[in-house]
Design a protein around this ligand. Structure first.
Ligand SMILES: [Zn+2]
Length: 220
């Protein structure tokens, strides 16, 4: 049977709500990660290792800089991730500060090592403006673009829209698919942050929930 894309894999926040890390598979060779969070509390007992393949991962998209969404970044870089880190401009300012804390808590307080590591992180950051599409791939039979929208959760927070267009050949019609990754969403009427605006549409929505499958009534 013909494979359809996008496909999804969850490397965290699948059985709980921490360690958020989702793999978006645009094609067999073009993968993205959305967030790379630390497992916390009871969920941290499994360790923070990156036990998944990074060969096809072209970029990491960060929704916001809470530790349960970016805290595994040091582990990701140690595992050999070489791609850019896409996030909003405020997140690009905040991310090194949060990672510095995470490093000092879990890795080392050696100033030189921390500084070197943060330099690497900063060189990978690619800040994106809100509400603007950014092309990731523009090939004859595959186009992929990303857009960040305000999530109203913390400074710099975003939900992520990914548009994938595919066709079988240069003469075939395009098939389009929009995916929305919610990240964490805030409420409207917060004094400091603009209210989140609902996405215009989504063919696939990836959203966190604390409903365990056992609590979701199954259709009879
Ligand atoms: Zn959060």
């Amino acid at each position: 049977m013909e494979q359809t894309f996008p496909q999804f894999l969850h490397h965290g926040a699948a059985d709980g709500v921490t360690g958020s890390c989702h793999r978006y598979i645009a094609s067999p060779h073009i993968h993205l990660l959305v967030d790379c969070g630390l497992f916390q509390g009871r969920e941290s007992s499994n360790g923070q290792t990156i036990d998944f393949d990074l060969d096809c991962v072209a970029a990491l998209v960060v929704t916001h800089v809470h530790v349960d969404h970016i805290g595994r970044l040091p582990y990701l870089l140690a595992a050999g991730f070489k791609g850019p880190i896409l996030c909003s401009a405020p997140s690009a300012h905040l991310l090194p500060l949060v990672i510095e804390d995470a490093l000092k808590m879990g890795f080392t307080r050696d100033k030189k090592i921390v500084e070197r590591f943060l330099k690497t992180v900063e060189s990978r950051l690619l800040p994106l403006a809100y509400k603007q599409w950014y092309p990731l791939r523009n090939e004859e039979c595959l186009q992929l673009r990303v857009r960040l929208q305000r999530a109203g959760h913390i400074l710099g927070s975003a939900y992520v829209e990914l548009d994938l267009k595919q066709r079988d050949s240069a003469s075939s019609p395009w098939k389009a698919h929009r995916t929305v990754f919610s990240g964490d969403l805030g409420a409207p009427y917060a004094p400091l942050l603009p209210a989140p605006k609902s996405p215009y549409k989504a063919d696939t929505l990836v959203i966190e929930s604390d409903l365990s499958p056992a609590l979701v009534p199954l259709p009879r």
